[in-house]
Design a protein around this ligand. Structure first.
Ligand code: KIV
Length: 264
């Protein structure tokens, strides 16, 4: 991907549709943003999943704007060429004014674009965000910020009413001007239909292989949060286990040194 020398634009991302699959990962800090930049990742998401895999919250509903701003700043300090997309956290886009003000705060912290969960119910907020010139990424399907009402993470689009709503929302986000949309835990056949219908790239997570791209929480991919791994992820590495091994080795070295010194 030697062509990716300049800052990636929203048009660049749109251009992936039908041409090249988009792999996207989350980045919550400077080192991961540097690594993803060195790998020429065209988009990195400062997702509110950071609440679970970095901050130890039980779900994403406790993530605050202060949490998001802190992590967006850390990622932005790496000055990646890929687009930095930041999640608007739970409760930060309940009305148009809040959505615009909080999107602007994320922009000032270094985000290039924002993402929020939902379709028709947040359409006025999305239009207002776009009207300020801030690019918007959609998020449909299983919406983690609604976990308290949902009770569990489950596949969406299995029943007709859900399927119709998802098709409606996907068409709406596309029409309003989302530059891409995440489809989370959407029944693969439905994700495929949406992908074929909308003009912007669909980015799947647990939604089958026919989306235009795939997104994962980076900790899930590298085994950095072994206490929970989504069933659709096969970690490529066991980072937490490797960290434990190296710490154990060092603990032993320190203890053995103390023993040797004690004998001397
Ligand atoms: O918060 C996040 O990391 C996300 C992805 C899982 C899509 O929204």
């Amino acid at each position: 991907m030697g062509e990716m020398m300049d800052k990636v634009t929203v048009d660049h991302i749109r251009g992936f549709k039908g041409r090249e699959r988009l792999p996207i990962l989350t980045a919550y800090d400077y080192p991961m943003a540097k690594i993803l930049d060195e790998l020429e990742m065209p988009v990195m998401l400062v997702g509110d999943s950071l609440g679970m895999v970095v901050l130890g919250y039980p779900d994403t509903t406790e993530v605050t704007m202060a949490d998001m701003l802190h992590h967006v700043r850390a990622v932005a300090r790496a000055k990646p060429r890929g687009l930095i997309v930041a999640d608007l956290p739970f409760g930060s886009y309940e009305n148009v004014e809040a959505a615009v003000a909080n999107s602007q705060r994320l922009r000032e912290a270094g985000a290039d674009a924002v993402k929020a969960e939902g379709g028709l119910e947040i359409a006025p907020q999305i239009k207002a965000i776009l009207a300020t010139g801030i690019p918007f990424m959609g998020h449909l399907g299983m919406l983690p910020q609604h976990i308290k009402e949902e009770g569990r993470y489950r596949v969406k689009g299995k029943i007709e009413t859900e399927r119709d709503l998802l098709l409606r929302d996907a068409a709406l986000l596309d029409e309003i001007g989302a530059f891409a949309m995440v489809l989370e835990l959407v029944k693969p056949e439905l994700a495929d239909s949406i992908t074929k219908t909308v003009s912007c790239p669909t980015i799947g997570i647990g939604s089958g292989l026919s989306c235009d791209g795939q997104i994962l929480v980076s900790h899930d991919l590298v085994g950095g949060f072994p206490w929970f791994t989504p069933r659709f992820v096969t970690p490529k590495l066991k980072v937490a286990a490797l960290i434990k091994e190296s710490i154990k080795e060092w603990q032993l070295e320190v203890r053995q040194t103390a023993e040797t010194e004690g004998k001397a």
